[in-house]
Design a protein around this ligand. Structure first.
Ligand SMILES: [Cu+2]
Length: 309
């Protein structure tokens, strides 16, 4: 009986419990031996240490038994892993983009989303793509995890077996904000899934958000501006749109502004014309001539989108 949220839960959990079980037996066994020996071979009882040499029986036993135990753990791991690389034909294909610092999903019919919506009881193949650095797509409830490697066509698959919402995490820990790459798998029954999948409504806003995010990344904006409210070298993008700011003009005069489209555009093209209080003049380069008008708009769309999540 499969009681987990995906077809892989049973196999992975079995390998996990076998390994844990063996480890617990050894933990108890070894600890007991340590305690017994502590008393039995105490210096008071055994004032003269005895050297044990060339005991072949003992050596064979401690080679053969651990080998069998390791092979047992390997066996359960292997039979749990092999099916994960064999995608059934007819699986629903979804392109997964893992980028600094979010997930993005694109379906074969052009549907785009920032949550992964899948039908229950149907195999789903995820084609993993990264435009920037290493990521690791992880759905704990499904017991699936796979590296997303730039320039490598990696994939994974699963069949969701329970309706519900499950967390998606990035399990890569060598970068600053992988832990902020949180999304969801939403498992729907087939009818509800098809209703969403075939609906005409084009998620243009989502598309713009994604493009704006990519542009912000390309120009290095996100190296100094966070998207989650935390203070980096420059002000955060979150809550920035329409917020009230005190800025210093070029002649050092103070002025109150609202961060609307006009202000944000000026901030990208002439960053030193109005420098926000608390930040250093000259620390941001001008993007005049390098960013197109369209790209400026896309970054603004991205900044706006952060407040709608
Ligand atoms: Cu990541």
């Amino acid at each position: 009986m499969n009681t987990g949220a995906s077809n892989f839960v049973e196999g992975v959990d079995l390998a996990f419990w076998v390994t844990i079980g063996i480890s617990v037996v050894f933990l108890i066994g070894i600890t007991t031996v340590i305690i017994v020996f502590l008393f039995k071979y105490n210096k008071n009882r055994h004032p003269k240490p005895v050297d044990v040499k060339d005991n072949y029986t003992l050596e064979i036993i401690w080679t053969v038994i651990p080998t069998i135990i390791f092979l047992l753990m390997f066996y359960y791991g292997f039979i749990g892993y092999v099916p994960m690389r064999e995608v059934p034909s007819g699986a629903l294909e979804v392109k997964v983009t893992g980028m600094m610092w979010s997930w993005f999903f694109e379906y074969e019919n052009g549907k785009k989303s920032n949550v992964l919506i899948v039908p229950k009881d149907k195999p789903v193949r995820l084609n993993l793509y990264s435009p920037d650095i290493l990521h690791s797509f992880y759905v704990p409830a499904f017991r699936v995890k796979e590296d997303v490697v730039p320039k490598v066509d990696n994939y994974m698959w699963f069949t969701a077996t329970l309706i519900g919402d499950y967390d998606i995490l990035c399990a890569e820990y060598c970068g600053e904000r992988h832990s902020y790459m949180i999304s969801k798998v939403v498992v729907k029954d087939e009818r509800n899934f098809l209703e969403w999948y075939t609906s005409e409504e084009k998620d243009i806003h989502m598309e713009l958000t994604s493009v704006g995010f990519q542009v912000s990344q390309e120009y290095g904006c996100l190296g100094c501006h966070s998207s989650d409210g935390s203070k980096m070298y420059g002000p955060t993008f979150k809550g920035l749109y329409q917020s009230k700011r005190t800025v210093f003009l070029e002649n050092d005069e103070k002025k109150d502004v609202a961060a609307d489209e006009g202000y944000l555009t000026r901030a990208m093209l002439e960053p030193n014309a109005e420098v926000v209080q608390g930040y250093t003049k000259g620390s941001m380069p001008s993007y005049k001539g390098s960013m197109t008008d369209e790209e400026v708009e896309q970054v603004i769309e991205y900044i706006k989108s952060l407040d709608e999540k």
